[in-house]
Design a protein around this ligand. Sequence first.
Ligand code: FVT
Ligand code: MG
Length: 353
Amino acid sequence: MAIKYGRPIELREVSRREGAAVPHALDLTVRPRRNRKAEWARRMVRENVLTTDDLIWPLFLIDGDNKREQVASMPGVERLSVDQAVREAERAMKLTIPCLALFPYTEPSLRDEEGSEATNPNNLVCQAVRAIKKEFPEIGILCDVALDPFTSHGHDGLISDGRILNDETVAVLVRQALVQAEAGCDIIAPSDMMDGRVAAIREGLDRTGLLDVQIMAYAAKYASAFYGPFRDAIGSAKTLTGDKRTYQMDSANTDEALREVELDITEGADMVMVKPGMPYLDVVRRVKDTFAMPTFAYQVSGEYAMIAAAANNGWLDGERAMMESLLAFKRAGADGVLSYFAPKAAERLRSQG
Ligand SMILES: NCC(=O)CCC(=O)O
Ligand SMILES: [Mg+2]
């Protein structure tokens, strides 16, 4: 008997026309709507579930004390001074969000061609890591490794004659990763897309005895228009010269994503990430199916802004669109999502019990 999608195909030919109890009923043996007839029934057959364990919450940091600054292009998202970031860490703990990701707004006076502030052991990110870990050692902290928040030109790497220098940049990224790990960061997340950086960082961490620090590689990171509001948040929107297409991936490609992910796994990545999220769910699915690795997606600032802006205009139900968008990552095979919606989504999940 031929089986398609779990049902014998022959069943489709069975006619029950004779003796039908309901005169106008269609001759249907199979009615998929039966399994959707009530909330309890829908819950029974639900294939994917979003929980607070799936969320990583990115926070933006600024210098100062007791300071919170709205990010104009990300309604509901603020830049936080370190003391305020500690308060949000407490909120994350209460909401059972397992991990925070930290991104600095670097004062323009501290930005230079080489991004030197990135390797300052007392930079804003390192200060925040220490402060959060002191109060809440049980929460995970992920730190981005790349030079863009620190360079005067807004690129993720060192530049010479308009070219991004791969190997020279990798050497700086290793130092950046080490100051973050030494401050207490749990997960190093290289987002720069230089070749060979995962191996170099792993080697640097191991040589320093930081054997348990994990690496989540931004393995397939695309050159995307959806990063716009993030650049506003970290203050690199105005300074960025040119684009990032010589290091971030071409949005037309997916085979290339598999090669990038494979390399990062070989080089020692513990977890891999696809970024952006929603426009690249096909890549998430392929990566998960191919490598069976802990796989994360980044629902980036532009994705957040689209939903938040439409909701603020009353054009869609923002809460429902948020939850639907997050569940889509689970459906695509992701083990977790970095999302600016994390606290709001966690509040909703917890209120639903
Ligand atoms: N390296 C981190 C990012 O580039 C975040 C992008 C975004 O949220 O748009
Ligand atoms: Mg790579």
